[in-house]
Design a binder for this molecule. Structure first.
Ligand code: F6P
Length: 524
């Protein structure tokens, strides 16, 4: 059913298109030639307006990209995911993160094909969500708890951390949230120094409940809690995990489960989202899910040509495989979204940083670009020099919010003026000054605009990014839902750790052995 992009009829046509007009497309000429360009290359989706017009695309290219999507079977692949098929082929699992944001049964009728596979799961999702939200409500009502410490890493950290920061305007201010991820003990030590055992709730967030960093931090947190007279761990530790048995064995009885069909980087909609629910409340969390669901419905139902995740995913392929752009910069002009780039790095690079297709065959083309970025306007005073005048072209994704959550006068207009100006400067450039002051322009960018940063718009924005990653992964013929590339380092670390105690370097490569000897034995 899936056809890899390079085996479609559209692929060589896109190559010809790139050679004939694509690589020389000039945005300034394109706008001059077409007064409709802004309208034709912008797209409304739930809660998100996207202006794609400052991208190196024309209508002929877009038409070929839609052909490519059809020939790759993107729509069928999407429908297979929503029908609960095992789209995560290497782990033989479905990818049902969308189920976590479906409205309660009775309010939502899934497609007939999906009913058999997902109806029983939907009931479990609802029961767990209700239990988790009831717990969040209880925590919010307990004024003795002043500090929430989430211990988790990767998807068990980046999503909830990013969203708690993003939705701070909707959070109660009486509680502090801390996110401890790094196995570097300094991270936990810094947080513990700010907390008191009797007023702290630890959330141990781990899909597997085996991740070394999280288990090490959880153990140390418990030791600190006991050593400092915290009392009953039962009241101060909860686990968010698919491995409830391991959490129980660790001594945690308050647990909120999820399922192997929720990938770590797609898990903030599940029990892993508990810090978000504590921060913004149960109604806010339901709005967050509802915003994401609205985007799910857009992705499922909008025709390809008006389907924002499809348009973005196809543009990603165009840039990566034809223009050869190796990275994409994320520029949220919103302090609240400051952790979004880190979250998107895991989402896209762990999903699509793959070199073999679903059959295990080596790919003859590139896949995920490197994602990076900082919030604006900070990035302007650091690396925007390279974006404007460097030798490589880096597509930029601006995210702006129309109405701010703060009331300080004079800031929002400056922020918005800057984001508009940067996108404009990248495109129009400057040729009236020579040499060092010349700006080549014609540098592409996408502009996302949210009316407000709310739980619902945040949910929609994140689901949009998930589906866009699905689309490019689908075109590339890869499995976007596994992450075997993270395993080797974990295995080698298990071998190296005892050597740091003993100093034994036997059998290691000369560089690792040399470094081990420099560190010396007796490391703890
Ligand atoms: O090592 C990568 C990874 O497996 C991610 O995919 C995941 O989000 C993270 O580790 C944390 O895993 P867990 O939630 O099982 O602790």
């Amino acid at each position: 059913m899936r056809t890899r992009c390079d085996r479609t009829a559209a692929w060589p046509l896109l190559q010809s298109q790139f050679e004939s007009t694509g690589k020389t497309l000039d945005l300034r000429d394109a706008f001059a030639a077409d007064v409709q360009r802004f309208a034709d290359f912008s797209q409304h989706a739930p809660y998100v307006f996207a202006d794609l017009s400052k991208n190196l695309l024309d209508k002929a290219t877009q038409a070929l990209l839609f052909d490519l999507a059809r020939q790759c079977g993107v729509e069928q692949h999407r429908d297979a995911m929503f029908a609960g098929e095992a789209v995560n082929t290497t782990e033989n699992r479905p990818a049902l993160h969308f189920l976590l944001r479906n409205p309660p049964a009775g309010q939502y009728i899934p497609a007939q094909a999906a009913i058999d596979k997902i109806a029983d799961k939907q009931a479990e999702v609802e029961a767990t969500l209700n239990a988790m939200l009831a717990f969040a409500t209880q925590v919010r009502a307990n004024s003795d708890i002043t500090d929430i410490v989430n211990i988790g890493i990767g998807g068990s950290d980046l999503g909830p951390q990013m969203a708690v920061l993003a939705l701070d305007a909707f959070a109660e201010k009486s509680r502090r949230f801390h996110f401890v991820s790094n196995v570097d003990g300094q991270h936990l030590a810094d947080v513990l120094a700010q907390c008191k055992p009797e007023s702290t709730l630890f959330l141990i967030a781990s899909k597997t409940f085996t991740t070394v960093e999280t288990m090490t931090n959880a153990q140390s947190a418990r030791d600190w809690f006991v050593a400092n007279g915290g009392g009953s761990t039962q009241d101060h530790f909860a686990a968010l995990t698919t491995n409830v048995a391991a959490a129980n064995a660790f001594g945690i009885t308050t647990t909120f489960g999820f399922w192997d069909w929720v990938g770590g980087r797609y898990s903030l909609w599940s029990a892993i989202g508990l810090p978000i629910a504590i921060a913004i409340g149960s109604q806010g969390f339901r709005e967050f899910l509802a915003g994401a669901h609205a985007m799910d419905e857009h992705f499922r139902r909008a025709p390809l040509a008006q389907n924002l995740p499809v348009r973005l995913g196809l543009m990603d392929v165009w840039y990566r495989n034809f223009h050869g752009f190796a990275s994409r910069s994320i520029a949220p002009y919103s302090h609240a979204l400051r952790r979004l780039p880190a979250y998107l790095q895991q989402l896209e690079m762990e999903s699509n940083g793959k070199r073999v297709d679903v059959q295990g065959q080596a790919l003859p083309f590139d896949t995920a670009p490197v994602l990076w970025g900082e919030p604006g306007t900070n990035g302007q005073h650091a690396y925007f020099q390279l974006l404007h005048q460097g030798t490589s072209v880096v597509p930029v994704e601006f995210i702006a919010v129309k109405t701010p959550a703060h009331a300080l006068p004079g800031h929002n207009s400056k922020l918005l003026a800057n984001v508009l100006a940067q996108a404009q400067a990248l495109m129009v450039g400057r040729s009236d000054a020579g040499g060092h002051k010349n700006f080549p322009g014609n540098r592409p960018s996408t502009f996302f605009l949210l009316d407000e940063l709310t739980p619902a718009s945040m949910g929609a924005l994140l689901a949009l990014q998930e589906h866009r990653v699905f689309v490019s992964g689908s075109i590339w013929g890869i499995n976007s839902f596994d992450q075997w590339g993270v395993e080797l380092g974990k295995v080698l670390a298990q071998d190296i750790e005892p050597r740091l105690h003993s100093g034994d370097a036997a059998g290691l490569d000369a560089s690792t052995a040399g470094l081990l000897q420099r560190l010396g034995p007796g490391r703890r």
